[in-house]
Each structure stands twice: as structure tokens, then as C-alpha cells.
Design a protein around this ligand. Sequence first.
Ligand SMILES: *Cc1c(COP(=O)(O)O)cnc(C)c1O
Length: 414
Amino acid sequence: MISFDDDLNQRLAALREQGLQRELRRVDSAPGPRIEIGGNIFLNFSSNDYLGLANHPALKEAAIKAIEKFGAGAGASRLICGSLAPFHELEESLAAFKKTEAALTFATGYAAALGTITALVGKDDIIILDKLVHACIVDAAKLSGAKLRIFDHNDLNDLETILKWAGKNLQPPASNLQRRKRVLIVTESLFSMDGDAAPLREIVALKEKYGAWLMVDEAHGTGIIGEQGRGLANELGVSAKIEIQMGTLGKALGASGGYICGSRALIGFLVNRARSFIFSTAPVPAAAAAAIAGIQLAQSSEGEARRKHLRRHVQFVGLNCFSPANPRLPMSPPTNCCSAILPLIIGEETKAVAAAASLRKQNIFVPAIRYPTVARGAARLRITLTSAHTETDVSELASALAHLKSEIPNLNSP
Ligand SMILES: *Cc1c(COP(=O)(O)O)cnc(C)c1O
């Protein structure tokens, strides 16, 4: 019989052959535009800390103060041990930020998706996902047991076809004891691996037409887009029509944790039914305190200045580093805004790994994103820019990419 370790080693070898093996790289510095790996300094274009807040003095000070007052650990889940004040303050500032009645925070965005979706729908219901939604939403949908349907990325016709099909499955209950099936649509606002935006206005119109619910994951929109960084739903004026607004505190907001914003009914229900909230120790209070400071900063004039600076970088890289065959239009209407994610699509996994290795030789750190994060054959360099980068940093990236293109021909032709 094959031993446990031999079994796993064989499976790892298979991943390696397909260019799919992943390894942890130890970083010996704070996460920022420059990181230290193995004694070398790299320019870092891999972080989702888009506004450069993770290492901001205001966030660090807030975290330190919270540790001094509330300690390092929370001790138990919030329903068991009493719910520490920083979580309540955070939820109040999130609700104010997103202009919803209430908010609930989770240990991570992943936990927020898992707990919320499995609480809202079950085996008698229907869940409809954009093809490119994040793994945590796919996992949650599967775990919920609801009937799962996928629509082509941002394809409104495909979504409507599925909604019509769902409508046929929504016959009025045969008896008063049966309830109507629920239909939940889930999409992202700015997509994590492609950086493009969902047509939220049109999706809202469709879900209203067919009586479905809508959940939007703003993991990459919050802090980046919308008035004071409130997100794409705010930018497009549809937040009040979205039943469930989700996001993470660990990206542009610079801290850690996940959130759900919505009605008081939604939050009250999740406190009772979201298993990843109920059966998990509360996060460290320092994370909540840092997130509060992150939300304040995102809404301040400093936050606005950081967004402007970031937008300039995105425009520069978009115009200088992407071939006409693979254009990026960062300031594309109607949102007049952009994500900070610039995917350089390569295709073959091994080629993407080689490209990332070649950039590392030039002391530029950009991750090769491969299956299962993206589809097979859609491997890419996922370049993320932050407001903490300088103009020089971004020019260095541009010349490294130009060098890469001469080294690897047809790098980003479609
Ligand atoms: C990162 C991410 C999450 C998960 O958030 P965490 O706080 O990192 O667990 C969820 N959705 C999307 C789109 C993400 O990019």
C-alpha cells in the first residue's frame, strides 16, 4: 500500500509538472511597496493593500491602543463571551460608511461569505453566480445545498435566461405549508482577478424584475471607488437596492476581517444563523480597531488623495504596459473609475511562472496567478498597484515589463 506521504508527494509532483505547484515565500519586512525576501528587496506589485493603509501609523496606533485596553485575544465567540466594544464600533462605522441600517463583521471575508450564503439559502432554493466570483462564494454556494447555476461573466442575457428558468421553478406553493423558493444572485463589484466591473445597475433591474435577491462582494471596490470609497454600488447609485453587501477589511481598508452590510433584519438573522460567525472565536480586537481607523482614513481627504494617486498609477501602467491587442481601459465609462488590478493574461501556466520568475530577477514581485484561482489556460501576471508606490516604482515596473516582452514573445497577445 502506498504511504500517506508518498501519496501526497505524487500529487504534488503532478501539480509541479503542470506548472501549478505553489510555494510560500517568507517575507521579512512589513507588507508595503518594498518587501524583503531572502535578504533581497523587491518592488511589490502583488498586494491588495491598495491605499497603503496596512502599515499606516493611524491604523497601527489604533491597534496598539485596542490591545492595551482589550488585550490580545477575544477569548471566545461573540455570542458566548460577550461582544467586545471595538466590534460594535466597527459595525456602526461600517453601516454609516455603506449607508445601511446595520453591519456584521466576521473573522475573514471568506467566513462572511460562507456563513451568510449558507444561512440565507438551502436545498429548496436557487443560487445564481457570475462565472468569475471568488472561491469563497463558490464554496459557500456548494455548502448551502441550493441548486447552483452559473452565468457567463457579466452576461446579462445569460443571467436573464437563468432567472426565467428559475421563475418556472417558482410556482406558487401548492399548500400554505410550503414556501416559495428563494433565488439569490451573487456577483462581485470589481472582479478580483480581472479588475473589471459588474454592470450592477442592470443586474439590480433584473433581480427586481424576477423577484430575486442580490448579494454583491465589494472586496476590491470598497475604499477604491464611489463617494469617499464606499464602493461600486454607491458609485452607481444602487446600494439601497442590494439586499446583501459584502466585503473584506483586509484589502484597501488595511486591516483584517470580513463584513456584511444590510438591513437590521439581515444582521439579526445572521447573528442567529451564520455558522461561521456563531461557531468561531471573535477576531482580535486590535483588528477591529485598525479597521475603524482604515474606514475613517478611506473617507478622509487623505483617502481621496490616495485614491487620486492610485488612479494616476493605474492609468500610467494601463497606457504604457498593455498592448493594443490586450487593451486595458482603466478609466472606462460609465463609472469613470477603475480597479487597481491589472491582469496581464498569458495563458499557459508554465509561461506565466517563467514570466514571474523573470520579473523577480529584476527585483519585481508580481504573482503568477494560475488554476484553480483562474481557469486552466488563463494564467496571468496579476499586477496590483497601490497609492504607496511612487512614480519611480511604477516606471520601473513599466520598463521591467517591456524587458519581459522582449524576452518572452507573444506575452500578452490574446
Ligand atoms: C479576498 C477576497 C475575499 C475574501 O476576503 P478575506 O478577508 O481575504 O477572507 C472574498 N471575495 C473576494 C472577491 C476577494 O478577493
